[in-house]
Design a protein around this ligand. Structure first.
Ligand SMILES: NC(=O)c1ccc[n+]([C@@H]2O[C@H](COP(=O)([O-])OP(=O)(O)OC[C@H]3O[C@@H](n4cnc5c(N)ncnc54)[C@H](O)[C@@H]3O)[C@@H](O)[C@H]2O)c1
Length: 252
């Protein structure tokens, strides 16, 4: 498939997990991918995996919580790769704690890295997209946006992503820019392995517990989120905008 031939995609937090799977998927379908993570060295592994499969990608280091750093890196991407058509706001972190024990610093960090980063990247990206009258933005929300014990900071940030998405779709639609969000359930990555560790379980034990209460009776894999992101940034979803698509094995 070459749904993304001639397109340049930026995927943040793409050194591992859902971001890496998304970068690989977009590259497999013909996109030139800017693999962004905290350092270019961290991002290089994903670039190597893409290159090994015959794709084209380049690694960039950037803290997406830093607006000026984002502006500088996106300018470099546009110069080196020729344009910026697709943005996947994927970088994210957790700092879980029951609310009464949650330090202000953990609230601030999670809001900044998960939500303000989406402002930073979308704000910089839209300036390129509006000029070329073409753009696709997909941001990672989460099922936790509906509420999840121990994740007041993360849930607030991921609910914020949904409001940002709905509003950007309204404001950027006239410039032929589609803006959507994906809200995954439990996906087997380093992030959920960290959650398992915090509750005293191995990743496998934790996944088994989650699978038992998931209608499809298993947890999700990063590639299953990548496939949905790829759909939303493709012309197959050309009339889809302002939506949050839950991808969670059927959980309500
Ligand atoms: N894994 C899940 O079950 C799940 C569920 C719902 C939503 N999500 C969301 O999907 C996204 C990816 O999750 P994952 O499980 O692959 O996570 P992960 O922890 O495996 O990977 C996150 C990546 O983001 C990078 N990153 C973190 N802070 C950054 C920053 N400030 N600047 C640049 N890069 C940064 C990390 O270095 C890492 O490579 C996140 O937004 C997460 O909240 C994950």
């Amino acid at each position: 498939m070459t749904r993304f031939a001639g397109k340049v995609a930026v995927v943040t937090g793409a050194a591992q997990g859902i971001g890496a799977a998304t970068a690989l998927r977009l590259a497999e379908e013909g996109a030139v991918v800017a693999v962004v993570d905290l350092t270019a060295e961290r991002a290089q592994g994903t670039v190597d995996a893409i290159t090994a499969k015959g794709g084209t990608a380049r690694a960039y280091g950037c803290d997406v919580a830093d607006y000026d750093a984002v502006a500088a890196v996106f300018a470099t991407v546009a110069e080196e790769l020729g344009a910026l058509h697709i943005l996947v706001n994927n970088a994210g972190i957790t700092r879980d704690n029951l609310f009464f024990k949650m330090p202000k610093a953990d609230w601030d960090t999670v809001l900044t890295v998960n939500l303000t980063s989406a402002y930073n990247c979308s704000h910089v990206a839209q300036s390129y997209m509006v000029k070329q009258k073409y753009g696709k933005i997909v941001s990672l929300s989460s099922r936790s946006a509906l509420g999840n014990r121990g994740q007041a900071n993360y849930a607030a940030a991921k609910a914020g992503i949904q409001g940002l998405t709905a509003t950007l779709a309204i404001e950027l639609g006239p410039y032929n820019i589609n803006v959507n969000a994906v809200a995954p359930g439990y996906i087997a990555t380093a992030m959920t392995a960290g959650t398992a560790e915090r509750v005293g379980a191995t990743p496998e034990e934790h996944q088994t517990q989650v699978a038992e209460r998931t209608p499809l009776r298993r947890v999700g894999q990063p590639e299953e989120i990548a496939a949905v992101v790829a759909f939303l940034v493709s012309e197959d979803a050309s009339y889809v905008s302002g939506q949050t698509l839950y991808v969670n094995g059927g959980a309500r």
